[in-house]
Design a binder for this molecule. Structure first.
Ligand code: NAD
Ligand code: UFG
Length: 332
């Protein structure tokens, strides 16, 4: 079998670095392309790494041609909802202009397969849960808008140029690699599980629980936490699907279980054996009450199912990473 070389944009980031390892384990040759604006060189040591920006068409064109790339997995983006509301230009410029710039080079160089990191943020405030892929796309922030725009471009590029793609709509990515020494290290960190664990480590005095009057079992918001290794595996399966002649499509990636903020705190206290002090604050603007995925479509069509479904196991993997690297990659 011919060994395929794939380009992983944003591969020095959290989800990209986990996926790069699974791709390599499955026999793909991986080239990481990342500008390190938010990623970590240490997350991809041992990989073929190019420091570059997806908006730099000349650089991309050269790398794709010289390396003989056959498929692209596109993770590179800015991905904080709050930041996208405060600084939408960054999001339209990097996620939309950057994504379209990459796609132009993909078309020009004759690449036929593309996997796109989309998000549950495309749905906005859910009209029903669990959310399936038929749910209307109605993002409530610029970040989600940028993902919808790229998904729509991908649908049009298939019709016009025969570019085959899978858009993977992740729910709440979390946890750390079950075998290797990599994990989540965003700066600034805004995600719940790392913040809870940083509080358990004593790096933060207390966690602020955003809202206690949601229409949920305990009044705090409910999310679908999906382990990053399960996400990574879905990319490998989706790539194989495209290489086998699959049509352009999108899939939700979630656990199918909803956990409240208080559930996460309780599970973290159990896993760490430490108290996680918290207090209630206001709701965070734009946060839906409940986001839970139906991942039936990818299960039915590609046979993917999450394997690490227990919240405690997910938190355990993240805890091992945070405890070992309390200041992340930089000072390990
Ligand atoms: P991350 O910030 O850890 O990784 C993104 C990587 O992209 C970083 O290494 C960054 O340096 C790189 N990058 C950004 N702009 C670039 C550019 N112009 N050129 C080259 N590299 C660039 O984020 P993540 O959590 O790993 O998310 C990866 C993808 O998944 C993103 O597209 C994000 O929107 C999407 N996503 C993430 C989550 C989540 O819960 N983390 C949920 C849904 C979707
Ligand atoms: N939360 C707190 N306190 C905190 C941080 C978060 O109470 O200090 C709450 C949030 O209000 C939310 C839940 O914990 O209810 C999870 O928040 P995260 O910031 O960890 O994740 P989000 O659900 O806001 O967003 C994440 C990704 C998005 C993606 C979305 C899809 O960051 O990219 O999941 O579900 F679109």
């Amino acid at each position: 079998m011919r060994i395929l070389k794939v380009l992983v944009t944003g591969g020095a980031g959290y989800i990209g670095s986990h996926t790069a390892r699974q791709l390599a384990a499955e026999g793909y040759e991986v080239v990481i392309y990342d500008n390190l604006s938010r990623g970590h060189r240490e997350a991809v040591s041992g990989f073929n790494f190019v420091r570059g920006d997806v908006r730099d068409k000349d650089r991309l064109r050269r790398v794709i041609k010289e390396e003989g790339i056959s498929a692209v997995l596109h993770f590179a983006a800015n991905s904080q909802v709050g930041e996208s509301v405060e600084n939408p230009e960054l999001y339209y410029e990097n996620n939309v202009a950057g994504g379209l710039s990459l796609l132009s080079v993909v078309l020009e160089t004759g690449i036929k397969y593309f996997i796109f990191s989309s998000s549950a943020a495309v749905y906005g405030e859910p009209q029903y849960v669990p959310i399936d892929e038929e749910h209307t796309l109605n993002p409530t922030n610029p970040y989600g808008e940028t993902k919808v725009i790229l998904e729509r471009a991908l649908a049009a590029y298939d019709k016009a140029y025969n570019l085959k793609s899978v858009s993977l709509r992740y729910f709440n990515a979390c946890g750390a690699h079950m075998g290797e020494d990599i994990g989540e290290d965003h700066e600034p960190e805004t995600h719940l599980i790392p913040l809870v664990l940083k509080t358990a480590l004593g790096q933060r005095e207390q966690l602020i629980v955003f809202g206690k009057d949601y229409p949920t079992k305990d009044g705090t918001a409910v999310r679908d936490y999906i382990h990053v290794d399960d996400l990574a595996r879905a990319h490998v399966i989706s790539l194989k699907y495209l290489l086998d002649g699959g049509e352009t499509t999108c899939f939700n990636l979630g656990n199918g279980n909803g956990f409240s903020v208080l559930d996460v705190i309780k599970a973290a206290e159990k896993v760490t054996g430490r108290k996680v002090p918290y207090k209630f604050g206001n709701r965070r603007p734009g946060d839906p009450a409940i986001l839970v995925a139906s991942a039936e479509k990818i299960k039915r069509e590609l046979g993917w199912e999450p394997e690490i479904t227990s919240l405690e196991r997910i938190i355990q993997s993240a805890w091992e990473w945070h405890r070992k690297h309390p200041t992340g990659f930089a000072k390990r």
